[in-house]
Design a protein around this ligand. Structure first.
Ligand SMILES: Nc1ncnc2c1ncn2[C@@H]1O[C@H](COP(=O)(O)OP(=O)(O)OP(=O)(O)O)[C@@H](O)[C@H]1O
Ligand SMILES: [Mg+2]
Length: 363
């Protein structure tokens, strides 16, 4: 009942296009993340959905209703903002109850709903405290409680964990996933943190400069990025790119870039290179590089052990390649090694527009 549909939605602020001709359909009950770098239009998208900002063009629907002309209060959505200001003079219970008071909900009903929200968020023992007597994570849960008591059809969350330390973020991430499972409401979650998006969402919408780049489950976003932007944005360290050309055809196809020459004939392409000598970008994920006696010569420029894995930077025929290897690796900066790549995991992108060329059946 609370499917969300954006159809060709745009938002311009004077000369700035914050959201550009975006179409997107979110299923009822789905957990979707909006992911992208700072300034790409995430908050604007959410604010338009909440009714706090009016689209310059296009249609937004919730369920079967076009909501473009509806005031925020008529949309049955609750938004938790990037900065979740709680009222400092009110108790936890008072803060959670506030939206119900504003709506003149009867006292009994208010008490019941606050108790319910407090139980879901495990805030029962804290109801009489003031916000300043709470940890960041507890304050965060109160802000969520304020949204929860309204029992909206749709939850809009704008980077709600950004003010928390790393450990608390991990904890709250798990709490939010549990909350979503329990209440089954549609949740739209804005973040620029790819780890949050990857771990929490059923699908991720990747935005760049107000334009939708890809909308797909986390696994697909990682393994089948629609273009080189998505490929480079998702994954740490980032995917390595080599800019070069495709030569030959069929199983004899080769990628060339300076002194690099790699056979890529086993990669099925979506279209058979219409033009000869096609310019492409080759993408290699750091975890798909390994040291192999049969491989190609490279020099180690940097070794960064993190404990559970080691990040290595190589000079590979004049190109810098970042690799990720499990555990501790017995290699030092300056060493000469041989590298091999997981051939089936290589990704090819068109140089002209960045779109992925590997066929969709490629794992
Ligand atoms: N009220 C406004 N007036 C003018 N420009 C705006 C306004 N709100 C947003 N913008 C511009 O629109 C673009 C998108 O902004 P938005 O806040 O949606 O980005 P965001 O993806 O949420 O970024 P962040 O990750 O930094 O929060 C930016 O270029 C921003 O400067
Ligand atoms: Mg924002």
């Amino acid at each position: 009942m609370s499917r969300i549909r954006f159809e060709n939605v745009s938002k311009r602020f004077g000369g700035v296009t914050a959201v550009d001709d975006l179409s997107l359909e979110i299923e009822s009950g789905e957990f979707v993340s909006i992911l992208g770098p700072s300034g790409c239009g995430k908050t604007t998208l959410l604010r338009m959905l909440a009714g706090l900002e009016r689209p310059t063009g296009g249609t937004i629907s919730i369920g079967e209703t076009v909501v473009n002309e509806l005031a925020p209060a008529q949309r049955n959505v609750a938004m938790v903002f990037q900065t979740y200001a709680l009222y400092p003079h009110m108790t936890v219970a008072g803060n959670i109850e506030y939206p119900l008071r504003k709506r003149r909900v009867a006292k009994n009903e208010r008490v019941r709903r606050v108790r319910e929200a407090a139980a879901v968020l495990e805030l029962e023992a804290l109801l009489d405290r003031k916000p300043r007597e709470l940890s960041g994570g507890q304050q965060q849960r109160v802000a969520l409680g304020r949204a929860l008591v309204r029992d909206p059809a749709v939850f809009l969350l704008d980077e709600p964990l950004s003010n928390l330390d790393a450990k608390l973020r991990t904890h709250m991430r798990a709490e939010l996933i549990r909350l979503h499972r329990r209440i089954g409401r549609t949740m739209v979650y804005v973040t620029h943190d790819q780890l949050e998006a990857m771990t929490m969402s059923q699908r991720i919408a990747v935005l760049r400069d107000g334009r939708l780049q890809q909308f797909a489950p986390p696994r697909d976003i990682y393994a089948r990025p629609g273009n080189d932007f998505v490929a480079g944005f998702i994954g740490t360290p980032s995917m390595n790119f080599l800019d070069g050309r495709l030569e030959g055809t069929g199983s004899g196809r080769t990628f060339r870039c300076g002194d690099v020459s790699l056979p890529v004939g086993m990669l099925p392409l979506a279209d058979e290179m219409p033009e000869p000598d096609r310019r492409v970008r080759l993408g290699i994920r750091p975890e798909h590089i390994r040291i192999d006696a049969e491989g190609e010569a490279a020099r180690v420029n940097l070794v960064e052990p993190t404990g559970h894995e080691t990040i290595l930077v190589f000079d590979y025929r004049g190109n810098e390649l970042v690799a990720r290897m499990d555990g501790d690796v017995d290699i030092e900066s300056g060493d000469r090694v041989k590298l091999a790549f997981r051939a089936d995991k290589l990704r090819l992108f068109a140089a002209a527009d960045g779109r992925r060329l590997n066929d969709d059946s490629t794992p």
